[in-house]
Design a protein around this ligand. Structure first.
Ligand code: FAD
Length: 429
């Protein structure tokens, strides 16, 4: 799984960050923005290899110093690094970069490192397979091949939810032309304005079956990057079809949202499951259930918390699941502010989003997106929550409140944190 690094390059992270300034920022898609970073003192950059990642140190006003890894999404040029960051719904650093960092903002940067790079000693075809923001190392590698005019057969395979989420569409097609590479783009949920043959090549998800039919399994090096379920599917599927481990190269970004959420590209109900859902709905209707009965059963259940709040953010509905998860009884919760379940450091950010949503009537998470945030129990314990929200509007379309359906995922979150740490340690080793 691990590539050998050409001589003269660093295989370990530089512990002393250098001061860089954001030289420019570019919107790559609805969710991904690129930041070009230049050394603040104008010095030249050390060499690195396309596919490697740097460590970014950000000083967030009032929130301290944070360290995150970001792949350099463009080939080395000696002058700047480009990183391309997906805005995580409640992410600390990605939100700061998207919402607050601007041209001139200073950050610390550790030298690029990592072994997710093209092997120098192999002339085998290369298949770059990514989902979502996992395409950043692939873009850098494609640019490197395009620039070097190395005689390499490259197949760039990318899965995105739709044209809005698809980053680097034009850049990849242009680089592929120069590198004589083949590009296949999958949209799992194409929008009406996404045109097959122009914006995407295939409607649906990237599958191992597709790779088996369209790429040379018996000789290619496979580079895989994306959310964990996608990586797991691809790596185990390719291995099951006989691709030996040394030809499988995986990069895991470790974003918690990606682990929890079924990824845009990897998700999307199949035709069969959609049909099964419709059948099941019909079956239930004919069995005499009414929507009111089903709704009441859901609300009365202690499985998930259902919490409704009015436009001011005061709790107006608190079900048995909320009692179980947060420890407050219905009497204790009704009429109180949602602050009772939000850890103090997250309140300002929460209310900013809440007020904006009430005023605009539009939630960026209103389409069923799963959010992952820390929560607070009555006994003061911090828990990890996944939730979806629904806006409640009056006849005039004004937002009168919101309903959240929340699940306690603390155990899974802690497991993922341990996994991320292990991956980081292995990457840094
Ligand atoms: C080698 C490598 C390369 C990478 N390259 C890229 C890249 O090119 N582009 C890119 O966008 N990312 C990349 N990443 C991921 C990046 O390092 C960050 O993990 C990502 O930007 C999220 O950081 P954040 O500070 O915004 O979110 P964090 O604050 O770390 O939170 C992550 C998510 O977890 C949720 N969360 C936080 N706390 C809790 C809690 N207590 N309970 C439940 N949920 C919680 C948040 O909602 C958030 O969405 C890379 C990672 C690695 C390891």
């Amino acid at each position: 799984m691990v590539n050998r690094m050409p001589e003269g390059t660093t295989g370990g992270a530089d512990p002393a960050p250098t001061v860089f300034a954001i030289a420019s920022r570019h919107r790559e898609s609805d969710v991904v923005t690129s930041f070009v970073l230049r050394p603040a003192d104008g010095s030249r950059l050390p060499p690195f290899i396309a596919g490697q990642h740097l460590t970014l140190f950000a000083e967030l006003p009032g929130r301290g110093r944070h360290k995150r890894n970001y792949t350099v999404s463009a080939a080395p040029n000696g002058e700047s690094y480009r990183i391309s960051v997906k805005r995580e719904a409640a992410g600390t650093v990605s939100r700061w970069l998207h919402d607050e960092a601007s041209v001139g903002t200073k950050v610390g940067v550790g030298a690029p490192a990592g072994d997710f790079v093209l092997p120098v000693d192999s002339a085998r075809p290369v298949v770059l397979v990514s989902a979502g923001v996992g395409l950043t190392p692939m873009v850098a590698m494609l640019e490197e091949v395009a620039r070097s005019h190395a005689p390499r057969r490259i197949h760039f395979v990318h899965g995105s939810r739709d044209g809005g989420a698809h980053a680097f569409a034009g850049e990849v097609r242009a680089l592929a032309k120069q590198a004589d590479a083949q590009v296949t783009v999958f949209y799992s949920q194409p929008r009406s304005q996404d045109v097959a043959g122009r914006d995407h090549d295939v409607a649906g998800r990237v599958t191992v079956d597709w790779l088996a039919g369209h790429t040379p399994l018996d000789e290619a090096e496979y580079f895989l990057c994306g959310p964990l379920p996608f990586l797991r599917d691809m790596a185990s599927g390719l291995a099951a079809r006989g691709v030996p481990r040394e030809r499988l190269h995986c990069e895991f970004f470790g974003a918690v949202d990606d682990l929890f959420e079924p990824d845009a590209a990897a998700a999307g109900p199949s035709a069969t499951s959609a049909a099964a859902t419709v059948d099941a709905r019909h079956a239930r209707a004919s069995a005499g259930f009414t929507r009111e009965e089903l709704g009441a059963a859901l609300l009365d259940s202690a499985a998930d918390a259902v919490v409704a709040s009015d436009a001011a953010g005061d709790i107006v509905l608190w079900n048995a699941g909320a009692e179980r998860i947060f420890g407050f009884t219905e009497d204790e919760a009704l009429g109180r502010s949602l602050d009772i379940i939000i850890p103090e450091p997250f309140r300002a950010r929460h209310w900013e989003g809440y007020r904006e949503t009430v005023a605009s009537g539009v939630s960026r998470y209103g389409a069923g997106d799963m959010l992952a945030v820390p929560g607070l129990r009555k006994d003061g314990a911090r828990i990890s929550l996944e939730f979806t929200i629904v806006l409640v509007k009056d006849a005039a379309g004004t937002v009168s409140g919101m309903v959240a359906s929340l699940r306690d995922v603390t155990a899974r979150f802690e497991e993922m944190k341990a996994l991320r740490k292990a991956v980081r340690e292995r990457t840094d080793a």
